[in-house]
Design a protein around this ligand. Structure first.
Ligand code: FE2
Length: 320
């Protein structure tokens, strides 16, 4: 049984039509194929640059703020960092930076309610009880200065990226083995978020999407993508969630990572139900039973299991 880490605000709201679903057939491809949809968040007061700059100060309520700074910066007083972070957002049109604010649904109840409204819409469209079944989900906002790219990568979650301000180009590739190799995915699941290796033949492959205010694009889990911002400041909102079967699939890849390090050739997820079940059980037994964060839920087991391989690497490279 995979533990669940749901925001307590989730499950309170009914669908409100923030997400529109003109294309019913597209939504039937959820988690398999990308598709575009219309949404009502362009010009939303919670997503103005001024409001997001104010929200950024709430990141400092938890230790989690440290992820936004380099080690050298963390020696500065917290108030200096708080002011600097806020300024980075306020001056996004001039400073050439890219700023992400993660877990905003947990930082402020107004954003928690927005997250719940979006999930309620997805439930109504898909007729699936996402909120009662998901193991975790969250809301992030991305602010980008003109012309900045986001490098090729892939994510674990069922993701919806919605454009609020500015325009950008997104290229999405077929999920999992449609684009990636088993070692790339296994490396990702031992906790390397940039495990995807870009190849020249991907330049014009996949599907191209133009994100403009009021348009969103669904990213299936493990579908690699890259982004190029346009001539203006871009503000995008992403909401994402994970269903138990994706956590389990991640655990199979984690065991496969270690098996491959031992010189074995593991079976890919889905090849053998019995082998998958054993791997999931094994990884759950190694994992923290009461995780506080999604990282702990998904990665605590593989961190323990992969530690000897890291030591071996250190020894080989003469660092230990
Ligand atoms: Fe992404």
């Amino acid at each position: 049984m995979i533990p669940r880490l749901r925001n307590p605000r989730v499950g309170r709201h009914a669908a409100s039509g923030l997400i529109q679903h003109d294309d019913v057939q597209a939504w039937e491809q959820l988690n398999e194929q990308p598709f575009a949809f219309r949404h009502g968040l362009a010009g939303h007061p919670l997503l103005s640059i001024e409001r997001l700059a104010r929200l950024s100060e709430r990141a400092f309520d938890r230790d989690h703020y440290k992820r936004y700074f380099k080690a050298a910066e963390l020696k500065l007083p917290r108030d200096t960092l708080k002011a600097r972070f806020r300024e980075n957002i306020e001056q996004i049109g001039e400073n050439g930076k890219w700023v992400a604010l993660h877990y905003i649904d947990e930082m402020d109840p107004e954003y928690g309610d927005l997250f719940d409204l979006l999930l309620a819409d997805v439930e109504e469209i898909t007729r699936r009880p996402v909120r009662s079944q998901m193991t975790w989900g969250s809301l992030s906002v991305f602010l980008s200065a003109p012309w900045l790219p986001v490098a090729y990568h892939f994510d674990h979650e069922t993701n919806f990226l919605m454009q609020v301000q500015g325009e950008k180009d997104l290229r999405l590739y077929p999920r999992e083995f449609g684009t990636l190799t088993p070692p790339e995915i296994e490396d990702f699941y031992r906790h390397n978020p940039v495990a995807g290796i870009y190849r020249d033949d991907l330049a014009d492959a996949g599907s191209a999407w133009r994100l403009v205010p009021g348009i969103g694009v669904h990213h299936p889990p493990l579908a690699p993508h890259r982004i190029q911002n346009g001539k203006d400041v871009s503000v995008s909102l992403a909401f994402y969630y994970v269903m138990p079967e994706m956590e389990e699939r991640g655990h199979v890849y984690q065991v496969n990572y270690c098996m491959r390090k031992l010189g074995l050739r593991p079976r890919a997820p889905g090849e053998s139900a019995l082998s998958d079940r054993m791997k999931i059980k094994f990884m759950r037994a190694l994992s923290t039973s009461n995780p506080r964060t999604h990282d702990e839920l998904l990665y605590s087991g593989v961190s323990r299991l992969a530690a000897p391989f890291r030591w071996a690497k250190h020894l080989r490279e003469g660092r230990a």
